[in-house]
Design a protein around this ligand. Structure first.
Ligand SMILES: O=P(O)(O)OC[C@H]1O[C@H](OP(=O)(O)OP(=O)(O)O)[C@H](O)[C@@H]1O
Ligand SMILES: O=c1cc[nH]c(=O)[nH]1
Ligand SMILES: [Mg+2]
Length: 212
């Protein structure tokens, strides 16, 4: 597994504002969108392409387009939805599949309550979107699911991660080069409720309001 923390002042500044408890939902959504585009730039560096001929007004040259099968983007509901538009803006030909997963806040077990993905992911480069990597339970489940369907590689784009979550991913996929993790910030630790410290609170709630 390869882990990259994107070290850039634009990223760090947006994360700082995102963390602020007084940042409103509309601003939080806007910053999440902007951050994804910055992280996606790094995360998509290995997208498969093919050469195509391009005619400029002056001459013919060689350009590229994304190879088929096209990349698959998978936001993990709910909070990952806040990252979808920023990603598809950059990779407009990507297909989008959905995984609905929620962490039971008592047991920390993961419940998969929705799934809308192609049955066969053979040869697909998959980009998973989820702002928070806390215990790692959600991402381990999601990655397992995608490889079971035949995914060629899984790149997870997260805003904030805890060391405990990365450790859990390492245990599950440490030796596997097909798994990549691209982050805006690696935080300090988890608290007693498995929230990331300093983190930003509950990303889903901050994007969309309180869950029922
Ligand atoms: O690493 P973990 O310990 O598994 O926690 C991380 C998960 O928790 C949050 O989702 P949540 O379960 O709160 O669902 P939501 O997006 O609907 O709020 C977050 O968006 C991740 O999916
Ligand atoms: O800090 C955390 C941990 C899990 N989920 C969140 O949204 N935030
Ligand atoms: Mg939540």
């Amino acid at each position: 597994m390869r882990v990259q923390v994107v070290d850039h002042p634009l990223v760090a500044h947006k994360v700082s504002v995102l963390r602020d408890k007084d940042t409103s939902s509309p601003v939080f959504r806007q910053l999440t969108d902007e951050l994804v585009t910055l992280l996606a730039y790094e995360a998509t560096g290995e997208v498969k392409t093919v050469e195509v001929e391009v005619e400029t007004p002056v001459a013919t040259t060689t350009g590229i387009e994304f190879a088929k099968p096209t990349p698959l983007v998978v936001p993990i509901l709910r909070a990952g939805l806040g990252m979808l538009e920023g990603m598809t803006r950059l990779v407009p030909t990507a297909e989008v599949g959905f995984l609905g997963m929620a962490r039971d806040e008592e047991t920390l077990n993961i419940v998969t309550y929705a799934e809308r993905l192609p049955d066969d992911l053979t040869g697909r480069q998959v980009f998973v979107l989820d702002p928070m990597l806390a215990t790692g339970g959600t991402l381990v489940e999601a990655i397992k699911f995608l490889f079971a369907r035949g995914a060629e590689s899984v790149t997870c784009i997260c805003l904030i991660a805890a060391p405990e979550g990365i450790e859990r991913l390492e245990q599950a996929h440490g030796g596997d080069d097909r798994v990549r993790l691209v982050l805006a910030s690696l935080d300090e630790k988890l608290d007693e409720n498995a929230y990331i410290v300093p983190g930003l609170g509950d990303a889903g709630d901050r994007l969309y309001g309180l869950a029922q």
